[in-house]
Design a binder for this molecule. Structure first.
Ligand code: 5GP
Length: 191
């Protein structure tokens, strides 16, 4: 199978376990390659520029918007831009690999609109809003206010789940990973 113009999108509300599932799939299938987004937020300690994100300034980001360099971009959090560069997809396709986009729900819908027929989109759903609340609280990074904001945002994002090809309920991480694996196997034409 050739992967030209094919895209794997993995999307979810925050706290649903999207990053763990994405990492598992990247380890399992050498045909997949993580699509490195451009972002304007501060780099975290364990992150590497050009590996986790292309960290750029808001001014550079805005210039790239004007130059039409993005497939999609969003202000995911107040004041912070994230976007998928066309050049990134070309880089991955030119290596005969399938790009994996770990992006927010709005961005995922935009990519699907631009590549009708070329995308496989997975929506990772938390088992319940209460469970999501528990997971976010156990991270210990949320105040009562930010917790409520994230939970409200998640409930809103879950309302878009029917826009995606497959919905995977992450009630158990290893089961969810297996389900995702089987879907990808069939998408990339493996037995
Ligand atoms: P974080 O800052 O925690 O790495 O990511 C925040 C959110 O931004 C995550 O939900 C992530 O999936 C999303 N995100 C990362 N890259 C992109 C992108 O290129 N476009 C969009 N729309 N969302 C992105």
């Amino acid at each position: 199978m050739t992967f030209e113009n094919k895209i794997l999108i993995i999307t979810a509300p925050s706290g649903a376990g999207k990053t763990s599932i994405t990492k598992h799939l990247l380890k399992t299938f050498p045909q997949l390659s993580f699509s490195i987004s451009a972002a304007t937020r501060e780099k975290r300690v364990h992150e590497t520029d050009g590996v986790d994100y292309y960290f750029i300034s808001p001014a550079d980001f805005q210039q790239k918007i004007r130059d039409n360099e993005f497939i999609e971009w969003e202000m995911v959090y107040e004041g912070t831009y994230y976007g998928t560069l066309k050049s990134e997809l070309q880089r991955i396709w030119s290596r005969q690999q399938l790009p994996v986009l770990d992006i927010d729900v709005k961005g995922a819908i935009h990519v699907q609109q631009q590549y009708p027929g070329g995308c496989l989109s997975l929506f990772i759903e938390p088992p319940s809003i209460d469970e999501l609340k528990r997971r976010l609280m156990s991270r210990g990074t949320e105040t009562e206010e930010t917790l409520q904001a994230r939970v409200n945002k998640a409930a809103y994002e879950i309302s878009f789940k029917q826009h995606f090809d497959r919905i995977i309920v992450n009630d158990d991480l290893s089961r969810a990973c297996q389900e995702a694996e089987a879907i990808i196997r069939s998408f990339i034409g493996l037995p």
